[in-house]
Write a protein that binds this ligand. Structure first.
Ligand code: GLC
Length: 558
């Protein structure tokens, strides 16, 4: 196991998020897999990450990219076998990296054995889900007014297996193919604990917990009566009893040596009050800090986000887990390539109008590089999303027939959904598949096309093209993560430094003379006299930090 100089590794780790189907394809079917990931582990080691988080790799009909799990103890055959999974964990450990998996406890796939049995009328299986009679004449109306996060009602009506007549409804907070489990049923809790044990026993170091503010619903499933799940208390989300689950999970994780860890994906309304509850010392270790996903490239809002998050970390004792992007949002190079809104940059309404504005991707990439100079300097954990280290942009012109995200289909195509951030990585070469797949399959036939089309322009962004180019985004990430490991990961709390312009943020950390300076405005500014630049997101000449750029510097007389 990697040595961590006595501190809990997960408090300062850099974690790389792998969307398995889009990372690397080992067998030529156009879909990434564990063999591909194993073959590219050296890329992650050279990048300097401490851990790899693999998005759901379980057997799944892939209605929601694997967040619809049919069997929690088996890999999807497209991804590999249990032996492949075990080999991955071993090899990652040997290279000094931990492995986190993704657990989806709120819902299963409709193809899970439990749900199939439930639909076939098995009462024990039905009691593990939320089946309810409909309202109105003949039960033709859903049992309550809740809406699915993927549009439309959160209920689907079933057919009574005995009579063939329309029967009860079942709850699904996401797609109809993702029925919600009933967490008031002890069998559900026991099964999920057993699933965790299954993977912990195979050396997995922890889990990212999908929709950790879900699972438990208010008793009686009352109407939401117009309340917005994102901003107001909603009977479908963030119920107090969910914390009983996290306490049991933590006790299990702590019973292992070394202890296993969790990171929560939690979106409770009234975040400042409610998120800290998930981070109590006997609950989940960390929770993603999602505010950067929505904050404009401007100094004031960024500073506020950092201050709020650090205040929460102070309160809970849990480190911030910084996220600039992930598989659910528009990639940052594109986000920053359009008009920056005064406060929040990318809510759904704004996203819908964005396509009318042509993105300035040079500017977007420049800002994305500056943003990671900032987040990598902050206290806490840093998450890196696959392809971020190559400066990839959102692919906005994926043809409809190639899209797979239920958000696209369920919105009738009005919301482009998330496929554009999940396009297979370009590794090498001048044309698709850019080394993502081998040229041929085991039987000698040509490899299939990547599951989502890669832009021709990615020839300039392949890992091979960027390797050895000191000005590339890949080189920037490598240098930042190496310096972070040496100077900033072990450093203490941060403080803001005075700067010559309100568009500039500068920070210092206790116990190191490395400072971070980021210029979120367009006008160049002078760095402190005598500052020695260790790494910069753009060319720094004569001690002047250009606009939309950041640098880590050492200042002689501080
Ligand atoms: C989480 C995942 C997202 C998925 C949803 C339903 O929000 O990040 O990708 O669609 O949960 O499981």
């Amino acid at each position: 196991m990697p040595a961590d100089a006595g501190r809990a590794w997960w408090r300062t780790a850099v974690v790389y998020q792998v969307v398995l189907r889009s990372f690397a394809d080992g067998d030529g079917d156009g879909v990434g897999d564990v063999a591909g990931l194993r073959s590219r582990l050296p890329h992650l080691r050279d990048l300097g990450v401490d851990a790899v988080w693999v998005n759901p790799w379980y057997a799944s009909p892939m209605v929601d990219a694997g967040y619809d799990v049919a069997d929690y103890r088996r890999l999807d055959p497209r991804y590999g076998s249990l032996e492949d999974a075990e080999a991955l964990v071993r090899e990652a450990h040997a290279l000094g990296m931990r492995v986190l998996l993704d657990v989806v406890p709120n819902h299963t796939s409709d193809q899970h054995a439990w749900f199939r049995a439930a639909l076939a009328g098995d009462e024990t299986a039905r009691a593990r889900y939320l089946f309810r009679p409909g309202r109105g004449a003949d039960g033709a109306e859903p049992p309550n007014d809740w809406e699915s996060c993927f549009r439309g009602p959160a209920w689907t009506r079933t057919t009574d297996p005995a009579t063939g007549e329309p029967g009860d409804w079942y709850l699904h907070m996401f797609a109809p193919e993702q029925p919600d489990l009933d967490w008031s049923n002890r069998e559900v809790a026991d099964e999920m604990l057993d699933v965790l044990r299954f993977w912990f026993d195979r050396g997995v170091d922890g889990f990212r917990v999908d929709v950790a503010h879900g699972l438990v619903k208010a008793p009686g499933l009352p109407d939401a009566a117009g309340r917005d799940r994102r901003t107001e208390e909603h009977p479908g989300w963030d119920q107090d009893e969910v914390h009983d689950v996290w306490r049991e999970w933590r006790a299990l994780a702590d019973s292992y040596d070394p202890p296993r860890v969790f990171v929560a994906e939690a979106w409770p309304a009234r975040r400042a009050e409610r998120l800290p509850l998930y981070l109590r010392p006997d609950e989940l270790h960390t929770a993603f800090e999602f505010e950067p996903l929505h904050v404009a490239f401007r100094a004031r809002p960024w500073r506020d986000v950092v201050d709020r998050s650090l205040a929460m970390a102070e309160l809970t004792g849990a480190p911030c887990a910084w996220v600039l992007t992930n598989h659910d949002v528009v990639r940052q190079a594109t986000r920053y390539a359009r008009t920056q809104f005064p406060e929040k940059g990318t809510n759904e309404t704004e996203r819908a109008r964005w396509p009318t504005e042509v993105p300035d991707l040079d500017l977007g990439r420049r800002r994305a590089r500056a943003a990671v100079v900032l987040t990598a300097a902050l206290p806490g954990v840093l998450y890196v999303y696959l392809g971020e280290e190559l400066g990839l942009e959102e692919v906005e012109d994926v043809p409809a027939e190639r899209r797979s995200d239920p958000i696209f289909w369920r919105s009738g195509g009005t919301d482009p959904g998330r496929d554009g951030s999940r396009v297979p990585l370009p590794w090498s070469g001048d044309a698709p598949p850019f080394g993502f797949s081998p040229p041929t399959r085991a039987d000698g036939s040509p490899a299939a096309e990547p599951h989502l089309p890669q832009p021709a322009g990615w020839a300039a962004l392949t890992a091979a093209a960027q390797d050895g180019d000191p000005t590339s985004t890949l080189s920037l990430y490598r240098r930042l993560l190496a310096l972070r490991r040496e100077h900033l990961a072990p450093a203490g709390p941060m403080r803001w430094l005075p700067t010559p312009s309100p568009d500039v943020l500068a920070l210092a950390r206790e116990g190191t003379d490395v400072q971070c300076w980021v210029n979120l405005g367009a006008e160049p500014v002078a760095l402190p006299a005598g500052a020695r630049v260790l790494v910069a997101s753009a060319q720094v000449d004569g001690g002047v930090l250009p606009g939309d750029a950041g640098a880590w510097v050492q200042v002689a007389d501080r």
